[in-house]
Structure formats: structure tokens, C-alpha cells
Design a protein around this ligand. Sequence first.
Ligand code: PLP
Length: 398
Amino acid sequence: MHLNDLSSCSSFTRRSFLRSASAVLAVGPILTEAHFARAAALDAAVPEFSMKGIHLDANENPLGPSEAARKAIADIIPNGGRYAPPLYFDLMKLYAEQMGVPVDHVQVYDGSSAPLHFTVLSFTSPTRSFVCANPTYEAGQRAAEIAKAPIHAVSLAKDYSHDVRVMAKADPNAGLIYICNPNNPTGTITSKEDIDWLVANKPASAVILVDEAYIHLSDATSAIDHVKAGKDVVILRTFSKIYGMAGIRCGFAIGRPDLLKKLMDYGNSPMPITGMIAAQASLMDSDLVTARKKLIADTRNDAFAWLRANNYSFIPSQTNCFMIDVKRPGPQIRNLMAQDGVHIGRSWPIWPNYVRVTVGLPSEMQAFKTSFKKAMDTPAAAFNEMPPLRSRRDGVVV
Ligand code: PLP
């Protein structure tokens, strides 16, 4: 049961509403990029975790909320004592209109971490596996572990797209196939043709979850047409990336109402009014996406030109993060750079010699270049004198 139902469902009794609203299943911890980044920092023996220094480790947007979103947040503060349900309905309506779907096909959340977690819990189980790429964003796998679902992690194809043909065959009883498009950590794209093929050829039991957290930064085509066509597809969007609202919080799940209803069984926290009003202001700012996409692409391309000029190998990305092959254990470079106050991102177990770097402001990327070169020029012997890396399960702190 969610607020959206209240306006249409007059036959609902007070008691049944409250029972439904409180019938929440055990869900385990919902992990965000911040958890993974924090855990990697601890693994790299970075002495202190704070907001000091330059943070290129959690795929955040240093631009923060847009001017319009900031003003909207400031203006709504006096109403902070209210739950303000009309805001909730207005935002859902606006978002549904912009996505071209009926309002019962969208559900707002405080970011996309919760609906990602709940979608995995809804459609996986010990007999319905979770299929994902490797490497990809880890939160889905963590949720699948909570569901005690078998996990099939399928290596990315040679062009760093999801290998949809292998993923489709991974398990005839798959419960959920997770496609992160563009992919975190590689920033690479899976073509719309491949996603169309997967939707047409997936096991009948499987729902496809397309996580489009980074889509605005790239030229990838959304899979929203499959939702419109009534397929077994759920799409996730967040305001944490191009809209710069990771700390303000807003995100959406988009899918058939019967699919979204399953997610609701796992809960839906009330939305902060600051997140809702800032999301609304961001959506109404028609230049925002284009301007920010260009700004971030210019900074990213400048970093790529510099990496090429210095003969460093990297994976060309279309988002606000990219992976560099540092040709030694990634935490060694991360650890050294942290001593300069430049915090870069983690490595994934399948590629221990790669590090993920988030695109920061041009001035931050200047500091990155200086510190990265210094670390890469450090003689191998110096690494032996560094404190040993801590070992923890994929570095996840919960
Ligand atoms: N999905 C992907 C691919 C991400 O990289 C992230 C965070 O970085 C999320 C989902 C969750 O983001 P949030 O909960 O801030 O919306």
C-alpha cells in the first residue's frame, strides 16, 4: 500500500490500510555507493574518512543540486514540519508525464538504492537466481545474498557491454537479470538492440532490471519502451548523478503496477520534502541535463587525453567514472594517492589491477593528474614499506 493508492481506493478500511502499511518483511541492510566507497577507503588503510580532500571515489557529482533545486529547497524549509502529501503526488505525476507512462507505473523513493534492493528481494530466492555482469555495481549481489539466491556473474563482453546472450542462458530459472546501463564501474554502454534481444529471449521466470542511474551522462537509449509495452522490465533512475542530489535523495522505479506492488511489500520510507521539491525543480529545468552532460564529458575527455599522452591504459567511458589499469594491485595506488588527499575509487575482484576514478571538477582532476603520476612513478620497492592492506569481505562495511 502506498500513498498513490489512497486517492483511488476509497473502499480501503483504516485498519486494513494500517495493516498493509506495516506489513514489512525483513530486508537486510540497503547498501549505497557511499558504503562501498567507505569500505574501500578502509581497505586501503586510509587513516581518516572525512569530507576533506578531493573525493573521486563514490561517483558523486561535485556540482551538487542545480540553482533552481537549491532555491526550491531553501524556499520549502519553513514547511519542514509538514509531510506535504500533495508534493508527493505532484512529483509522481510530473515524472510519469515526462517518462510517458501512466502514474501507476512510477514509484518515488529516497534514491534508487532502496528500489534496487527491493527488486532483487522481490524476484530472487533460493530457487530463482540473480544474474548480473562482472564487474558491475555490487548492491544487487548483496541483496541477492540476503535472499539466499544463487548468483551468476557473467564477464562483460570484449567491448565492455553486458554479454546478454550468455546472461540469458546463465540459468533457465533465473529470477532477476540485472543490467546496469551505462555500467558502473566501466561507464560503458549495452546497446538497445542487445537489451531488446534479452527482453525477447530471457527465461520466462526472469524480470529484467535495467539500472539507468548514469543514463543522462551517456548516449545510451533507455529501455523505457519495454515498460510501456507491458514487459517484465523494471527501470531504475536516480537524482544522485547528473542532478547532483546524492545527499538530498530522490529516485524512481518504473514498471508495470503488478511488479512495483511487489517492491512495496518491502517498504517505502516517507520522502523528505527537500528531496521531492528539488527533484521537481530539476525536472522542470529543461537545459540542465544537456549542459551538465557536456560539462562532465569535457572534463572526462580532457582526463582521457592526458591518460593517453602519458601512456596509461584506461577503459573509455561515457559517464562520470572510468577505470584505469594501474598494472599493480589497485589499492596500492589508491593508498599512495590518499596520502596527497586525493581519494580515488575501488578495484573489483575480477580486475584487481584496475581502479575506478570519478570525474570531478576540472581543478580536482588537475590534482588527480599530479597525484596519480606521482603514485605511478613510485618505485615498486616503496609499496613494501606501506602499511598492510586490511582484509574484509569485498570491503563492505554495514
Ligand atoms: N545504481 C547504480 C548503478 C549506482 O552506481 C548507484 C550509486 O552510485 C545507485 C544505483 C544508487 O544510487 P542512489 O541510492 O544514490 O540513488
